[in-house]
Design a protein around this ligand. Structure first.
Ligand code: MN
Length: 338
């Protein structure tokens, strides 16, 4: 079968590899139909993803149609349309034991630490497979994964109905987090440096947008919250300054969610956290979020159609990466079809 491989940074090849076989009773074999390209795939390609090792079959956002199941598989059967949770954990460590396997101390992500889903067939454990009930578009199955990131962020932020939320950054993660927050009944204001991204955010459900630096974010937040200050901030910009600003902008008893994987330190004023008794939490990958996302996608509260801006067949993978590299602001989510 064909697989999309990054043998070393700045190289991407379509290679003939051995087709995986169902080996355990709990294996599910899937014919991949849809693969989403993520910023982290770009990072593996250009050598900036510190977690990746080479050579690697990339792709952690993927889904397809079940073609074979092991004898012990109960939840899915041949012909089902499914999305795959790329998170693999040990089940033994502290985080796993308390139900937070997405931060397992021996965590592996398909397509990053081990081979992923940009290939014709995958074999994965049943527990990683999530079934779509409706007759969902097979080209869009990979969109579930980025939306699980949004659900995880909302869960970590404990976003409630009627709450006001600032999302910094209107990229794919910001937009996914926004749609989930809207599904949860929150009111969302989004900020970005790029006007076209904000227009898209508005079209996809954001209540209000702030163009930086043309508009003053602090002033807009005062207005948005009737002078109260913003209680929930999700920082998807992920630079030291945005983290710092989040802590400054959050109102008393507020929550800040951080998702960056950068290692540069940020200068955070301790008194801001103490005086306002802020809750600052990280959010990584997803912890059992697929079923909620699938429900949202099927009911129409999550809208993947505008989310996917580009579609390429797998033979055009180089072109897809090139498009993202040269037009990063125009691509919200590019999907590869197999
Ligand atoms: Mn992703």
């Amino acid at each position: 079968m064909k697989a999309i491989k990054v043998p070393e940074p700045f190289k991407i090849v379509i290679e003939e590899v051995e087709e995986p076989q169902v080996k355990s009773a709990f294996d599910v074999k899937i014919k991949v139909t849809s693969g989403g390209i993520c910023g982290s795939d770009i990072g593996i390609w250009n050598g900036t993803n510190s977690l990746a090792t080479y050579p690697r079959v990339i792709g952690h956002e993927f889904g397809g149609i079940v073609t074979q199941v092991g004898s012990g598989v109960k939840r899915v059967s041949v012909g089902d349309r499914v999305a795959v949770d790329p998170v693999v954990s040990c089940g033994q460590c502290y985080a796993c034991k308390i139900g937070r396997h997405n931060v397992c101390s021996a965590l592996e992500v398909m397509g990053v630490h081990r081979d992923g889903g940009f290939c014709e067939y995958v074999c994965v454990p049943e527990e990683n497979v999530h079934r779509f009930k409706a007759d969902f578009d097979e080209k869009m199955l990979s969109v579930a994964e980025p939306f699980t990131i949004g659900v995880q962020i909302n869960t970590r932020a404990q976003i409630q109905k009627g709450e006001k939320v600032l999302i910094m950054g209107a990229g794919p993660i910001g937009i996914a987090a926004m749609q989930v927050a809207k599904m949860n009944g929150a009111e969302v204001i989004m900020s970005d440096l790029v006007e076209s991204r904000l227009e898209k955010a508005k079209m996809m459900g954001a209540d209000r947008v702030v163009l930086i630096p043309t508009q003053n974010l602090e002033k807009e937040l005062v207005d948005f919250t009737d002078g109260e200050g913003i209680p929930v901030i999700i920082d998807t910009v992920c630079i030291p300054a945005s983290f710092q600003q989040s802590v400054e902008l959050a109102c008393p008893a507020g929550r800040v969610v951080v998702i960056g994987l950068k290692s540069q330190p940020s200068e955070i004023v301790m008194a801001e956290i103490t005086k306002k008794e802020l809750t600052i939490v990280g959010s990584r990958l997803n912890c059992n979020c697929f079923d909620k996302v699938i429900e949202g996608l099927e009911s129409g509260s999550l809208k993947p159609d505008k989310y996917v801006t580009h579609m390429f067949s797998y033979e055009q993978v180089e072109q897809a990466f090139e498009t993202i590299r040269t037009h990063p602001q125009d691509v919200l989510k590019a999907v590869i079809t197999f």
